[in-house]
Structures are given as C-alpha cells and as structure tokens.
Design a protein around this ligand. Structure first.
Ligand SMILES: Cc1cc2nc3c(=O)[nH]c(=O)nc-3n(C[C@H](O)[C@H](O)[C@H](O)COP(=O)(O)OP(=O)(O)OC[C@H]3O[C@@H](n4cnc5c(N)ncnc54)[C@H](O)[C@@H]3O)c2cc1C
Length: 280
C-alpha cells in the first residue's frame, strides 16, 4: 500500500491507517520481544477463502509460539500517527506459520484494508499471542469437544481442529458452524475433508440454502443444540465463537441443556452488530 492510498472507510484521508510497509510510511520505533510488544511481521501468503474473507499468512521473526484458540492484535498506523488496532484469532495450529483470517466488513475501518489492499511482502505490526482462556492444548482427560461457530468465529476453532489433527488426538469432536449460505462457509474444502474420523462437521445455513439442501437451516438455538450437541452427561467441553449476540445465545442455550458454565468457553468477536460477521 502506498502512503497516499487508504483503506475504504469513512475516515478522512489524514486519519486513514496503513500497514507499516516498505511501501507505506510509518514504522514502529521499536520491535522488542514479548507477546505484548509490537513487532513487525511480513505478509508471506494471501489466500482467498470466500469473496469476503482472506487468510493472511505472516512471517513473524520473533514469534514465541502460540496455543490453539489464541489471538493477536494488528496495528495500522497512518502518516499523521493515528493508529487503529484490531484483534484477530490465530487461524493456524501451534507449530504452523502464523496466519489470520479476516472477514471484510464493508463499512469497517481495518478489515477492508487487510482483505483488499494488503500485498505479499508488506509489513504489518502485530503483538501476540494473546489469551489463556479460550485455548485448547489437546487435553485427553476430558469428554468430547463441541465447537460452535458463527461466521468468522470459525477461525480459532479451525486452529483447534488443526491442532487436534497434528497431535493425533482422538477426542470425539463436533463442529456446528453457522453461515449465511454455503459460499460463505470459510475453510469449506478443509472442513469437508476433516469430516469423519472422529470429527463431525455440521453446517447450518441461515439465509440461503442450495437446492436439495438436507442439512440444518436457521440460527443455532436450543432445539438445534439439543439435537447436535453432546449430551451434558458426557462431560463435553464447548468452545463458542462469533459475534457477541450469537455467542451469548449459544452459551445460554448450552447451559440450559445442562452444560456447566465453566465447560462453555466463549470468544466474542465484538460489536453489537447482528449478521455482520457472517451469521444471520
Ligand atoms: C478476540 C477477537 C478475535 C477476533 N478474531 C477475528 C477473526 O479471526 N476474523 C475476523 O474477521 N474478525 C475477528 N475479530 C473482529 C475484528 O477484531 C474486527 O472487529 C473486525 O475485523 C472489524 O474491524 P473493522 O475495523 O473492519 O470494522 P469497524 O470499523 O471496527 O466496525 C465497522 C462496523 O461493523 C460493526 N462491527 C465491527 N466488528 C463486528 C463484528 N465482529 N461483528 C459484527 N459487527 C461488527 C461495528 O459496530 C461497525 O458498525 C476478532 C475480535 C476479537 C475481539
């Protein structure tokens, strides 16, 4: 991104953020080690997951390693010093190159830049990994795993699924993933490959179902969870991620089905919006 360009959004030019790229103006004044210290990463690969969603693989020289489910912060800096920071879940498994997957919000400040303007070779400021609660380390002493995602909330759950596979875990796992339509399903080819062999992938489509669709339709609620979720008596561990209203509704429903609250780990992707992050 050239310094004169700016991401789409409502900010005036002078306040538009940019990556700290060789093609951009700002650079951090320091890049110290440590998860809460900003450091410079380089974009290694860009993968279009859906028309609105892009995975950004990053080369991070001082990366300390991460756990499945953690996130990182990205900071964009404008020429006048204005900065915009956003959190992104880490999409890759521990041991894999750091990757994030970003869904473009048309009226957003940062996500349009990350999904449309960023190029391979650009530098990006980030800090992380962050978070010690919404993580799965491959515990084998627990019941089955229930993963529930709304829209881009599937990102940290994909890290968990990849970690499960890489560590040879056999913990029975179900992913219930809510998307607007089949083309909005992120990582679809990978998830379809994963389906079977101890992992069940269950989609629900909230807005558009293709002809002949025999899967679930509509929002995730108590009735759907009663059908899909592991019975509480099996001592399942649940990870729920997505837009705030989605996460709250799902967590409440799981507790209503007898899941102890401490067995329902939640990650809210923020904002008050409904449907913006891919779940209707
Ligand atoms: C821990 C954590 C992990 C996250 N991981 C991811 C991830 O893996 N992938 C990803 O795409 N996003 C993720 N997010 C959301 C991300 O941080 C940004 O909020 C998102 O990219 C929008 O930023 P923006 O600057 O484009 O939009 P903004 O300029 O911040 O907002 C634009 C508009 O959209 C609304 N809005 C913002 N975010 C959301 C949202 N999540 N849901 C509904 N409405 C919203 C705002 O209210 C506003 O109206 C995560 C958030 C958190 C807290």
């Amino acid at each position: 991104m050239r310094a004169t360009e700016r991401p789409r959004g409502s900010l005036p030019d002078a306040r538009a953020p940019s990556a700290t790229s060789g093609r951009a103006a700002a650079r951090p004044t320091r890049a110290l080690r440590g998860t809460l210290t900003w450091q410079v990463a380089t974009v290694g690969q860009l993968i279009d997951e859906t028309p609105a969603v892009r995975t950004i693989e990053l080369q991070v020289p001082d990366w300390a390693g991460h756990r499945a489910g953690q996130h990182l912060d990205v900071r964009l800096t404008a020429e006048d010093g204005y900065t915009a920071e956003r959190s992104y879940s880490i999409a890759s498994a521990p041991g894999e190159p750091v990757a994030i997957t970003v869904e473009r919000l048309e009226d957003g400040e940062v996500s349009p830049y990350l999904t449309e303007e960023l190029r391979v070779g650009d530098d990006l400021e980030l800090r992380g990994p962050i978070g010690g609660y919404f993580v799965w380390d491959g515990q084998h002493d627990i019941g089955p795993l229930l993963l529930v995602a709304g829209g881009s909330g599937v990102v940290p759950l994909r890290s968990i699924l990849r970690h499960r596979q890489r560590t040879g875990s056999t913990v029975p796992t179900r992913l219930l993933y809510s998307s607007r339509s089949l083309p909005d399903v992120i990582y679809r080819a990978e998830l379809d490959r994963d389906n079977g062999g101890g992992v069940e992938v269950i989609y629900t489509l909230t807005r558009v179902q293709p002809p002949g669709w025999t899967g679930h339709s509509g929002r995730v609620g108590s009735a759907m969870l009663a059908e899909v979720a592991w019975p509480a008596g099996q001592d399942p561990l649940a990870f729920v991620c997505g837009p705030t209203p989605f996460v709250e509704a799902v967590a409440e429903a799981l507790v209503g089905l007898g899941y102890p609250p401490q067995r329902v780990k939640t990650e809210r992707f923020g904002a008050t919006g409904t449907g913006v992050a891919g779940e209707s």
